[in-house]
Design a protein. Structure first.
Ligand SMILES: CC(C)(COP(=O)(O)OP(=O)(O)OC[C@H]1O[C@@H](n2cnc3c(N)ncnc32)[C@H](O)[C@@H]1OP(=O)(O)O)[C@@H](O)C(=O)NCCC(=O)NCCS
Length: 221
């Protein structure tokens, strides 16, 4: 999560804090899905110890706090009582290929993580359902949201999945929310055959935006 503030399009607007706030009854208890969360809200929560895939939990919480202060930093959380167990973050693109080709309708899903001891319980799906499928929250329909998947961002160690199986897992999980693979010349993606660029085209996009995006993928723009 780098400081992209100076690159942010001046017309870019994050959704208002807590535009999503839902308390959902689950087998695990009452799950509070909310976001974008403010830095203050993120600091008030306890950040679960098993959220350690990208950084040690305390540092990851701090990184998300800083991220949520950025003009383009968006964080959604799922919490049981005062304990965050899943989160997902978004921003204007952060990868070199996409920083160069950024355009107003482009967003990037930065990271999604569920606490190691709470995985495979439907938490990320509950969070994604609320962000991408709730008819009351249409923010992402105005954007092309990319997710740059490289083997380095995957938890191969704890899942014991091969890179090919992790790839399949990501295609299936993200596919349920409209993310599909795009061919790209991005060297970071082309570095490993399992890496994939996924993109979700919001329903409010015009054909010219999609064409522009396709050209960016191929490096024509
Ligand atoms: C990816 C991740 C966020 C998924 O979170 P989760 O809360 O465990 O996911 P869910 O329980 O909602 O499961 C979603 C689906 O994936 C499947 N799934 C979960 N873990 C799986 C695994 N290890 N292997 C295969 N499928 C798996 C579930 O069965 C479910 O399938 P369904 O749609 O058929 O019901 C979590 O595995 C994680 O934190 N991984 C490490 C970080 C990461 O890889 N992030 C993605 C790249 S940024």
């Amino acid at each position: 999560m780098k400081d992209t503030a100076s690159d942010v399009d001046s017309r870019f607007e994050k959704p208002a804090y807590d535009s999503v706030s839902k308390i959902i009854s689950t087998d695990l208890g009452w799950l509070h899905i909310r976001g974008p969360v403010s830095a203050g809200t993120l600091s008030d929560y306890h950040f679960s110890e098993g959220l350690s895939c990208f950084r040690p939990p305390k540092r990851q919480q701090q990184a998300l706090i800083e991220h949520s202060k950025e003009p383009d930093g968006i964080v959604f959380t799922a919490a049981l009582a005062n304990n965050i167990i899943t989160y997902v973050s978004f921003q204007k693109p952060d990868f070199p290929w996409w920083i160069k080709r950024c355009f107003p309708r482009l967003l990037e899903l930065g990271s999604v993580e569920t606490d190691l001891s709470w995985r495979k319980m439907g938490l990320s799906k509950t969070l994604f359902d609320t962000i991408f499928k709730d008819p009351d929250f249409k923010y992402f329909e105005d954007f092309i949201t990319i997710a740059v998947h490289t083997i380095y961002s995957w938890d191969l160690k704890n899942t014991c999945l091969s890179p090919w199986d992790y790839r399949k897992y990501m295609l299936k999980l993200f596919g349920q929310y409209g993310f599909v693979p795009w061919e790209t010349e991005d060297p970071e993606i082309r570095e490993h055959p399992c890496n994939i660029l996924l993109a979700r085209i919001g329903t409010n996009l015009e054909q010219k935006d999609v064409r522009h995006f396709a050209n960016c993928c191929l490096g024509v723009n």
